[in-house]
Design a binder for this molecule. Sequence first.
Ligand code: MN
Length: 215
Amino acid sequence: MTTTAAAPPTFTLPPLPYAFNALEPHIDAQTMQIHHDKHHGTYVNNLNAAIERAPELAKKSLDDLVAGVATVPEAVRTAVRNNAGGHWNHSLFWLWLDPAKKGGEPSGALGDAVKKSFGDYAKFKEQFTAAATGRFGSGWAWLLHKDGKLAITSTPNQDNPVMEGTRPSHVLLGLDVWEHAYYLKYQNRRPEYIAAFWNVVNWAEVSKRFDKAKG
Ligand code: MN
């Protein structure tokens, strides 16, 4: 029997761009390791498995798969929705967390837009926290650039605003509120995890996305 090299997988798990313990004590190392290696890794593996069942999807970018999920063949649509969504969301989530743990408020053009859109930073934080706390079950809270302003929304499961028509570049920030993101350290206390998130939010990354989105 001759063997041929297997085709490389369509999508691969990006490495976490900092150490698992880099966000301690706000997000613990064990949570980060399991979240990145196991949860995100499984979304990537399951997405590749779905694409093997619908090989015409292999030439699509991750952005296009997510944006066009409604047109994916029905046999793999749910798998693509959950796993392309999971891969897209987590690939950005790691970048939205800051190992420098500077926290604080956004400055510059983003800081101005927060004030213009929400009144002040405290009101923004309150509304984003409410969206994250109030998402029933598993899902995400989001900050978007929409109609020239900033807007807050939330989605269930591994859905995201791109599936609802938002351009990928206009998704500025997302917070994972699945229990797997916090249960080891915070158990059922999602509000404590959300409060801790503000210490590690990467405003430099959010600002970079905002500058691109506003053009
Ligand atoms: Mn997650």
